[in-house]
Design a binder for this molecule. Structure first.
Ligand code: FES
Length: 110
């Protein structure tokens, strides 16, 4: 079910190339706008639970700023150890009536 973020995020807050950190249903999430496509990923690194808010993004790869684990933001999969490490939950995201909403069911935990 799509749920508005808290605090509310409007389209002007997330232009192409931008990122915002917000929460949905109490879960901290980082949302990226890559060339008009929204990608939302939980801000909790599976390695040690640290936040991914300030991780470096190169292309679609987000690197955890603490110990360097890297994740594909489109599916949450660990780049270096896809079969050994759990993925980060990712969520569908959209703007509706100008406000950001996330589907609170993780898309990567099928
Ligand atoms: S907490 Fe992210 S790599 Fe260790």
């Amino acid at each position: 079910m799509y749920t508005a973020t808290d605090p509310p995020i409007v389209e002007a807050d997330l232009p192409p190339g931008g990122r915002v950190c917000t929460t949905v249903n109490g879960r901290r999430v980082v949302v990226f706008n890559l060339e008009g496509q929204l990608h939302a990923i939980a801000s909790a690194c599976p390695h040690a639970g640290r936040p991914l808010d300030d991780g470096e993004l190169r292309g679609r790869v987000l690197t955890c700023p603490f110990h360097g684990y890297a994740y594909n933001i489109t599916n949450g999969v660990n780049i270096d150890y896809p079969d050994l490490e759990p993925p980060v939950p990712v969520f569908a995201a959209r703007f509706r009536d100008g406000r950001l909403e996330l589907d609170d069911r993780p898309a990567s935990l099928a």
